[in-house]
Design a protein around this ligand. Structure first.
Ligand SMILES: *Cc1c(COP(=O)(O)O)cnc(C)c1O
Length: 365
């Protein structure tokens, strides 16, 4: 049995891959692969329509929000967001960012090309081991928006609350990068102005970006914003202003159907918590392995950990691979190990990892 702990692109449900394989050459008797269809034909229109409807239902998207399918990933959104929102309160805009890890750092740097960025709070001095408490954030009264990264994929910290900033900022919308925890737990979408995510962690293949945006935030793009990234234009064209990433949308749609068969987000969230507890409980029970993140802010999706004796790292990874436990090496900026345990990672995969952690400790401890 193989279990793939990659941070992204990452594991997809086996059933989804099997279904895609069976439909690869001939989708539903159409005589065509999904890759070969016109994006405006009735076949693909039914695929994108179902994907959109299933996502709205799973993520409980309120009526006054649009769901857009874009390209460029979360990194492109780092520029697309200021280009769409910096005009909200006049120019030059001030925007607030909370710095909780590597992905926040990237977002802040890019936004600085378009606006004055105020870093309202940062855990950089604590090596990103915690989410700064909401009451320590120094927000701007006139911020066009407040940006957070809800789950830091590299550092392993996650918000376990939906931040409320309305009173401090005069109702600035919260913009959240949810690339690595979207659809992993229930979210009160109405607390956010914009939620965005690259697909390749918890949704489907790389190449597709989801943007959930409140309707009143459309139509404020700066004149320099490329038309294909102007959310109003994309929305007015039902995500077909340019050719969308059709095959990635098809696979995402199959993942949404799979999630519904698992019982939806409430059910998958309970499984995700159980998986994370299994792993953290074992890591906490031994001095052979260590974790560096404050318990209250630990990510349910990405679990960085370290061997106390780092000279054993290579042996650990080689043994893991021999046991079918793949891609456990930590990000180069953090080091150590990282287990990404997204929706598609079965409980049995985490059990196999914990069994290996125990066995390796017994051999080398
Ligand atoms: C993976 C990731 C990104 C980068 O996504 P790209 O698709 O490479 O643009 C940004 N933010 C977070 C939180 C991520 O996990």
């Amino acid at each position: 049995m193989i279990y793939n702990f990659s941070a992204g692109p990452s594991v997809l449900p086996k059933e989804v891959l099997a279904q895609a394989a069976s439909e690869m050459l001939d989708w539903h008797g159409s005589g065509m692969s999904v890759m070969e269809m016109s994006h405006r034909g009735s076949e693909f229109m039914s695929i994108i329509g179902a994907a959109l409807q299933d996502f709205r239902e799973l993520f409980a998207v309120p009526e006054n929000y649009k769901v857009l399918f874009l390209q460029g990933g979360a990194i492109a959104e780092n520029a697309i967001i200021p280009m769409n929102l910096a005009g909200l309160k006049g120019q030059p805009a001030t925007v607030d960012y909370v710095n909780t890890g590597s992905w926040s750092v990237k977002s802040i740097k890019e936004a600085g090309k378009y606006c004055n960025v105020n870093v309202a709070a940062s855990s950089q001095a604590q090596k990103f081991a915690a989410i700064p408490a909401r009451d320590t954030w120094k927000l701007s009264k006139n911020a066009a928006y407040v940006h957070i990264c809800s789950n830091e994929t590299i550092d392993g910290v996650e918000y376990h609350f939906d931040p409320d900033v309305a009173a401090d900022t005069g109702n600035a919308p919260v913009v959240a990068d949810m690339s690595s925890n979207i659809l992993s737990r229930e979210v009160d979408v109405s607390k956010y102005g914009v939620i965005y995510a690259g697909a390749q962690k918890n949704i489907g293949p790389a190449g597709l970006t989801l943007v959930v945006v409140r309707e009143d935030l459309l139509g404020h793009a700066l004149p320099v914003c490329p038309s294909a990234f102007d959310w109003k234009i994309v929305s007015d064209n039902d995500s077909m202003y340019n050719t969308p990433p059709t095959y990635a949308i098809y696979i995402a749609g199959l993942v949404f159907q799979w999630l519904k068969r698992q019982g939806g987000i409430k059910a998958i969230a309970a499984t995700n918590v159980a998986k994370a507890q299994l792993l953290y409980n074992y890591l906490d029970s031994t001095g052979f392995y260590t974790t560096r993140i404050h318990k209250a802010d630990r990510s349910t999706m990405n679990v960085p950990f370290f061997l106390h004796d780092e000279t054993l790292n290579d042996a650990f990874l080689a043994g893991a691979k021999a046991h079918g436990l793949l891609q456990l090496k930590g990000h180069k900026s953090v080091g150590g190990m990282r287990a990404s345990i997204y929706n598609a990672m079965p409980v049995a995969g985490v059990e196999a990892l914990v069994a290996y952690l125990k066995a390796f400790e017994k051999e080398h401890g």
